[in-house]
Write a protein that binds this ligand. Sequence first.
Ligand code: ZN
Length: 731
Amino acid sequence: MNSIALNQSYQRTFSRGRCQFSSEWQVIGILASILWSTSCEFTFAADATVGTLATADTSVQIEAQDRTLKLLALKSVRSGWNWTTGNELPLVRTAEVNGRTQALNWIFKRHSSSKGKKGEVTQEIFVFENANPALELKSIWTAYSGPGPVEHQIAISNKSDIAVMLPLQPSIVFDARGPTGPLENVWVEKGAGKPGVIGTHRTKVEKKFFASLISSPYCQDQEPRDAIPWTAIQDVTSQQGWYAGIEFSGRVQMTLRASADGASANGVQAELGLDAREPFQTRLLPGETFETPTVFVGCYQGEVDDGANQLHRWTETHVRPPVHDERYPFLVNNSWGSGMAVDEKLATKMIEDSAELGLEIFHIDAGWFRAVGDWRADEKKFPRGLAPLADAAHAKGLKFGLWVGWTQGGHAESDDGKNLSVFNPTMKNWFTRDYKADWRTAEFTGADVCLGDVHAQDWCLNTLRRVVQDNKLDLLEHDQRMVVDNCSRSNHLHTSSSTDIAYHAARGYYHVYDTLRAENPDLLFENCVNGGRMVDYGVVRRTHYISITDVYDPVSNRQAFYDASYALPPSMCECYVANHPGKSMASFRSMLRSGMMGWCTIMLDMSQWNAEQRATAKRQFEIYKTELRPLIAHGNLYHVSERPDGIHWDGIQYVSSGLDKGVLLSFRGTTDVRSHVFKFKGLAAEKRYELSFEDGTGKSGKLSGEQLMRDGITIALAEPESSELIFFKPN
Ligand SMILES: [Zn+2]
């Protein structure tokens, strides 16, 4: 062990130590400790202890006794169906101490229960202990009283005075049987650099069904694609199902297989947690706690979209950082349409354009900084810095946002330690490997820092504090790889296992962002990792919107949105709109609307548009803010077509939660077929709805919800690659 290693382990044990808990855990801890003061804590001997907790949709019942923990029930509150078979939840069986593997013997010790009031958190915690080495294991179940799933996490604390190496502890394992079957599995790919060919996967659960869904911190474009760590099992005949997901940005896995004894395969065994495909080991120093990724499981009635809508409400309320502005999701004007060429003159013009056309955030993308790793404004492009531009944006009522690739180090060193450099002797060990003397950065990409190193975390956090303050930021976008899963250093927090590297790097990323957000509660965060390469519920907990792919043409935007909007609230699904105006105003409108189904960021030089295009765009932006946005922010979303392919027709439909307002966004591809029937979903059958066509391609009319859902309406569009918005409200 060299001197740096000694220094690091010193800092880790004494200054961080057990403070590696992420902030949501701290919040839950505070809430729980308040609630516990009014709740009971029991100690049990041989009798079984049962805990129950429920949301409006999902109820679970857990039993602990002697050496076992069982999931007795995973029940749909609405249908009453209990999906589980009462299986045991496996607890890690061995640990390594001083290089020797020891069997663990978990004994159930305590149970605590806190019942929150309406809208508050309810928790059931089961505590097990192992005598030698002294370890404590907590199974923590959490529920909120509204719609949505129940959460589970296992935390293992080292109570001994010696380092303990742990193998992989799954977050949850359960065996779920449907009431009638057949079952269907649905999962969606990350949009990565470009949406994949399939995107949304629907697979019949037959006897040999098996799926291993991986979510890594940096999804590649090659097959097999990463999943957004969400999946659903639909019981087709009885019209109900369950969904599950993982709240973590490291390497995670969801394994699903048909139950062994089910000839008709009406059962699925599910295991969720860290990626278990390679040998895993994590190191727990005395006093430290290992936390499995938090997972959630929810039951629903209806179709997969109905379950997803309940999940979206829960995510908006309990997972996504709060937003203190009614305009969310905002309309953004981003400078990347001009690439690295951005300077004060262009930015000033874009601010004026943004205000004139009704956008709400002016955002400077890459190109503003001195060098990769040196996150200060380029003095040639911005001689006065960026603060005057923030002032100019604010004076026009706009928010001001900035791109920072803050995990990227460069080659240039500075005496004052202001830039992150692979050649700075005090910093070089923060990177995942050594770099040769002639290594140079690309234009806006450098060397990945490993956030599994506490010194690297500190530098990044302090730099972001300065960047946010100096530049008067309302919005911070990160880009490039945030979480590494490959690092050659032996003196970081992780072992050599790639899943453990990603585990610690993800927690380092969370530490930086949780701290920064606590200090800047109104700051908005955008997650971009070269497009949609890191899309998961750990990121959802830290950012307000997520870039879902890295190509920006209308069809790619609609494909990426179609996939991601199952797993994520649509308001968080960001599409960048690049300039693909097409041949007519109809295709120009279609380009804009293809990026307006969720979070919309305009990424082109709007001053290049002619007067007619500007007027058209201004009208579409107005519709977005007044009509679409309330539905995107709070409404239910339905996938009312096959996934877009650019050839056929496709569409997305929204309806408000009160079923009194909605829209169908319909798109015609390159097909010669001039009309298409769209069947609506999620309406009140008995209500009569009045329909209106934004572009006047159809006649206004009145139809019952039942008619709209059963027979649908025919949309006819004269031009290929055009679109129509059909609004409806009860008459
Ligand atoms: Zn590392």
